[in-house]
Design a protein around this ligand. Structure first.
Ligand code: KG4
Ligand code: ZN
Length: 343
């Protein structure tokens, strides 16, 4: 039985996993705390993690009906993320591993996202028997990555955003439209009644041969549009049309680049995770594109799209079983840890 912590950004989470089964996954979101600042304030995030981590760890153990003495290992996100936030979960997990004399694993946050689409069911369990080589899209407020996962625990980064992440683009455009932080879910809702063809916004890097992304130009073009047409902000229908048009641009870039990479690498499977994968248009268009191409599609369940400790625990357990290496109790956090290739 393994206890995992995730505190890389603004979710405090603890989970207990056992043989690929998620016995508990408790997540406390700090969205309300950061909303009035329009973005995550690192110092506030760290303080909230400090307040929340112990009660959340207790809740996760209680739900899993496990006492600390039954734990075989402890894991935590080591990076990337906000340094002061990472520190809370990582150092707490090391201390616990020290006291219990159990193995400790520091986990790469993005590597954990790669396996979250394989966790399914009402009593969620990871089905690694169905695993197949895939191209994985990770899209959230902090990252937009395309990864080739050749085999379990073997991956290579194909591309990432050179500026804003996809979720950041949703959030910044939403802010320009006067929507509360984080604006992604609200834009998704407003886009439902808008016309995605009403306005044409750029599809950055859509037709370039590499697998990188860029979203800051899209945000800037919305800013210029609003500067030149300030009256549109008073019209609810036009706001819906703007949300739908911006969403269409982001979704088209994410879907097309993912499908193109999957085709080029000749994988039969596409997976996706991260907060932006909650977006309904993205889920629908990815599904349609994968059906058209004959790819199997695995989307992380919405509760596992956003940051959570279950994905950290599931990956840690696989690493422990495959003897992929423990992390020293003296190890430090790695806030800028890049998803290096593991071939
Ligand atoms: O994975 P996550 O919870 O946190 C990190 O950034 O790591 O992702 C949060 C991001 C935010 O930018 C939020 O606006 C976006 O995911 N998001 C969405 C939707 N739900 C969350 N973006 C578009 N449509 C959604 N339905
Ligand atoms: Zn994440």
């Amino acid at each position: 039985m393994l206890l995992a912590f995730e505190t890389s950004c603004d979710e405090t989470s603890a989970a207990v996993v056992h043989h690929g089964q998620v016995l508990s996954n408790v997540v406390a979101s700090q969205i309300a705390l950061h909303a009035e600042y329009g973005g995550v304030v690192p110092e506030l995030a760290a303080r909230a993690h400090l307040q929340n981590l112990v009660p959340i760890a207790h809740a996760a153990l209680r739900q899993a009906q496990a006492g600390p003495e039954r734990l075989d290992a402890v894991a935590a996100t080591q990076g990337p993320g906000l340094p002061s936030a990472l520190m809370v979960g990582f150092k707490a997990a090391q201390a616990l591993a020290f006291v219990l004399r159990r193995p400790f694993l520091g986990i790469h946050h993005h590597e954990a996202h790669l396996y979250s689409p394989w966790i399914k069911g009402t009593s969620p369990a990871a089905d690694f028997s169905a695993f197949q080589p895939n191209v994985s899209l990770i899209a959230s407020g902090g990252h937009t990555l395309l990864v080739h996962v050749r085999a379990e625990l073997k991956h290579r980064l194909l591309g990432s955003t050179v500026d804003d992440a996809a979720g950041e683009c949703f959030d910044k455009v939403g802010k320009l439209l006067g929507l509360p932080y984080p604006a992604g879910p609200e834009m998704d809702r407003l886009a439902e009644h808008g016309n995605p063809k009403a306005f044409h916004f750029p599809r950055p890097m859509l037709n370039e041969a590499h697998d990188d992304f860029s979203f800051s130009g899209l945000k800037t073009s919305v800013r210029y549009f609003l500067r030149d047409h300030p009256a549109v902000l008073k019209d609810a229908q036009i706001i819906g049309d703007l949300c739908a048009s911006v969403q269409a641009a982001i979704v088209e870039v994410l879907v097309d680049k993912t499908i193109r990479a999957a085709r080029r690498l000749k994988v039969g499977c596409v997976t996706a995770s991260g907060g932006v994968i909650c977006n309904r248009a993205l889920r629908r268009d990815l599904l349609q594109a994968c059906e058209r191409e004959g790819f199997k599609l695995l989307l992380a369940e919405k509760s596992l799209c956003t940051d959570n400790a279950a994905m950290i625990g599931i990956l840690a357990e696989r690493k422990l079983k495959s003897c992929a290496g423990q992390t020293s109790l003296d190890a430090d956090i790695s806030p800028d840890w890049l998803l290096a290739g593991q071939e």
